[in-house]
Ligand binder design. Structure first.
Ligand code: ADP
Length: 439
């Protein structure tokens, strides 16, 4: 392909040469040259005007016919436009395919603007969230999903954990809602139907509660008979004399497991938030520490209590007692004879803390994250021997959850452990001296 610039230079040169020649023949060569340059400039201006007109009118038309450098300019712009158009078509079809895929997803997907207005949603969102087109376009999402838990979740800005709530379209449908920030301050709301999982979870809870409940009565009967037989153990012959204490021990163990399982299912099913009555934790800890000394018995642990006497807690008396007893009795059970157990109850940065430290066997770091799982024991033999059910820390976790608290575990194998239960400042009650005296 010839270079358009060379053609153009040729054209300008020829025009100048012809003008000069005519000027020499007819006289006044400068005038002829001026005329020729003006005509050449006029041609350029005309092409520029055609270019502007072509761009203004629209890109759909073919470029105007021209020659030389202008033809090149028109063709290049035309090619650029064609390429752009192709890219746009490709992007458009990609976007279409993406939208079709999202629309077909079983999870509800809603695109939110930075101001939390609804921009786009798929079909599942109509079914699960009750959105309707075009009524809800541009509406704020919190106007449509009014559940207080959702409004708080949206405002909190921390979306690491999904939120579970009933569907606004059908309260029997449970949803797991997640918000994913993306792009320029935009957010994607994704809602999944988790009714099936919730139903299974409910079935599991009911099953455990029913089994525990059914086992309770026969075990009580068994324990009662064993107790009456206990008096005769002395007179019983060899085999029975050995068997009776074992039977009693094992029945007591089963009773403890059943009681703990029932406590756990109550904690799981009762939707209340751990109660609000003011509880005298210092008095409660004093009683539990006395029990701990009794449990320690001939192991002669040193049980120390340092409690802030004015620090009370708003919560559920029964649940808190279970929480503290589990922590303190564990310390006794997993600390060798003569060890020291220190129970502290104090306020730190507004929060109330119960820290139970022992000089016991300690826990290796890999076990710590799993300790609150049901029946998770590091040493099954030791746990059983010391009368553990494997459910104590699971109960602790649930009670804390219901009191918006959290459990901290620090431990070093062979040196000892510190279990600390932290309660939020909102649950702290400060009682003055007189109130205590009246107690
Ligand atoms: P268990 O009834 O077996 O004590 P828990 O749920 O109370 O069940 O505790 C789970 C496991 O955590 C225990 O089996 C034990 O291995 C470990 N553990 C709990 N408290 C302590 C402690 N103070 N020191 C060492 N290990 C502990």
């Amino acid at each position: 392909m010839s270079n358009p610039w060379i053609d153009e230079l040729w054209r300008a040169g020829i025009i100048a040469a012809v003008a000069l020649l005519l000027g020499l023949v007819f006289g006044q060569p400068w005038l002829w040259l001026l005329l020729a340059v003006s005509a050449y400039l006029g041609w350029h201006l005309r092409n520029l005007a055609r270019l502007v007109e072509w761009l203004r009118v629209g890109r759909r038309f073919h470029p105007p016919e021209s020659s030389g450098i202008w033809d090149e300019v028109f063709q290049q712009i035309y090619r650029l436009q064609q390429r752009n158009r192709q890219r746009k078509r490709k992007l458009g079809s990609m976007l279409n395919r993406f939208q079709q895929a999202t629309a077909a997803m079983p999870d509800a997907t809603v695109v939110l603007t930075p101001g939390d207005e609804i921009e786009w949603w798929n079909q599942a969102a109509e079914r699960l969230l009750g959105l309707s087109y075009p009524r809800d376009t541009g509406q704020r999402i919190s106007n449509l999903l009014r559940h207080p838990a959702f409004v708080e979740y949206l405002a909190r800005g921390d979306y690491a954990q999904p939120l579970e709530m009933p569907s606004p379209a059908d309260e029997h449908v449970g949803l797991s809602i997640r918000i994913v920030p993306y792009g320029n301050n935009q957010r994607l709301l994704i809602a999944r139907d988790i009714s099936r999982i919730q139903r299974l979870e409910q079935m599991r809870r009911d099953f455990v509660a029913n089994v525990s409940h059914e086992l309770r009565t026969p075990l009580t009967v068994l324990a009662g008979y064993l107790e009456t037989l206990d008096g005769d153990a002395e007179e019983a012959d060899g085999d029975w004399r050995h068997a009776l204490p074992v039977l009693r021990q094992q029945t007591e163990r089963m009773q403890r497991i059943v009681e703990d399982l029932l406590m756990l299912s109550r904690l799981e099913t009762d939707s209340g938030q751990g109660g609000q009555e003011p509880v005298s934790v210092p008095a409660m800890l004093a009683v539990i520490c006395d029990d701990a000394r009794r449990l320690s018995d001939d192991k002669r642990h040193e049980v120390l209590l340092e409690a802030d006497p004015e620090l009370w807690l708003r919560g559920n008396d029964h649940e808190l007692r279970s929480l503290f007893s589990n922590l303190i009795f564990n310390a006794v059970r997993y600390t060798p004879a003569g060890g020291r157990i220190r129970v502290r109850w104090y306020q730190e940065g507004g929060q109330a803390v119960c820290a139970v430290s022992d000089t016991g066997i300690g826990i290796a770091p890999q076990h710590i994250p799993r300790l609150t799982e049901r029946f998770y024991r590091i040493d099954v033999g030791r746990s059983r021997q010391s009368g553990g059910t494997g459910l104590g820390l699971a109960i602790v976790k649930h009670v804390l959850l219901r009191h918006q608290g959290e459990l901290g575990i620090q431990s070093e194998p062979g040196k000892g452990s510190t279990f600390s239960a932290r309660f939020p400042a909102g649950r702290v009650v400060r009682v003055a001296g007189q109130a205590r005296a009246a107690e």
